[in-house]
Design a binder for this molecule. Structure first.
Ligand SMILES: Nc1ncnc2c1ncn2[C@@H]1O[C@H](COP(=O)(O)OP(=O)(O)OP(=O)(O)O)[C@@H](O)[C@H]1O
Length: 254
């Protein structure tokens, strides 16, 4: 597994810099959280890493491979998957079909093979099916596998969204506010899965989350953004004691 390196990334929308010379190193195998007040640039940095936005300046490398100008599809094929803040699920399809569809993105066989459905295509189809079943099992979604996503509670839908990203077997999982709108029990549930994803699947996790209690509890490293700039970084203890970070949060509340 490789380091993900964000170097001097600036993202401008007209006159507004959503990100200004942001530097981050996402270390393999760790949970790195990105926090900051509303509008600080947290989603923008995930958008740059996942190829939805292209930085105005700066560079993003995965190992030695530049991601800066890659499309979202190219980024996910490199092993970087994203679960979205606003769910990217098909509400009229079952959990199983949503996950199969997501996994299907990774199918690589020719039109002719697909047409006659033999050889590599059928083998890959079986492998995909098995992998999706494994993700359903891992995320404890078995009771919901045939349910239409639109009929599920918001908390379960958020879990399906994480599962959707996991079907790509990512090395890095980007999670954008996976606990937003959840009740305490649902939050505890998803926290347990985030830790399991890191520890049991040896996946690097990048987490954008507003719940500071959760962030302090589970993160190995934290980056703090404010007005598009990194104002603090390090272990949870170091960040919690950083006067600039405290100021940014007190400023937000006052
Ligand atoms: N597509 C866009 N066009 C114009 N401005 C944008 C766009 N995307 C983001 N911004 C602006 O960039 C800044 C950073 O937004 P971003 O969504 O990254 O913040 P955030 O930290 O994720 O906020 P929140 O915690 O509220 O989700 C904001 O001022 C936002 O209005």
């Amino acid at each position: 597994m490789s380091h993900l390196t964000v170097s001097d990334v600036t993202l401008s929308f007209g006159g507004l810099n959503a990100l200004s010379k942001v530097n981050m190193t996402i270390e393999p195998g760790l949970i790195t959280s990105i926090i900051g007040p509303n509008g600080a640039g947290k989603t923008s940095i995930l958008n740059c890493i996942s190829g939805f936005y292209h930085p105005t300046q700066g560079e993003i490398l995965y190992g030695d491979t530049p991601l800066t100008h890659c499309s979202p599809h190219e980024v996910s094929n490199m092993g970087i998957a994203r679960a979205f803040q606003n769910l990217e699920l098909f509400s009229g399809l079952s959990v199983l079909d949503n996950l199969l569809l997501a996994r299907h993105q990774n199918l690589k066989y020719s039109f002719l093979q697909a047409l006659f459905f033999y050889g590599k295509a059928s083998r890959m189809e079986a492998e995909n099916r098995a992998y999706v079943e494994h993700v359903i099992d891992f995320m404890e979604l078995e009771p919901h596998r045939k349910s239409l996503v639109g009929n599920l509670s918001y908390g379960v839908q958020k879990k399906v969204e994480v599962a959707r990203a996991l079907t790509l077997a990512p090395e890095i999982l980007l999670l954008d506010e996976p606990m937003a709108g959840m009740n305490l029990e649902e939050k505890e549930d998803i926290v347990r899965f985030v830790i399991d994803i890191q520890q049991e699947r040896n996946t690097t996790v990048v987490l954008v989350e507003h719940d500071l209690g959760v962030v302090m509890d589970i993160s190995d490293r934290i980056y703090v953004l404010d007005f598009g700039q990194v104002i603090g970084s390090g272990t949870p203890e170091a960040v919690a004691a950083d006067p600039k970070v405290i100021e940014a949060y007190i400023g937000e509340g006052s």
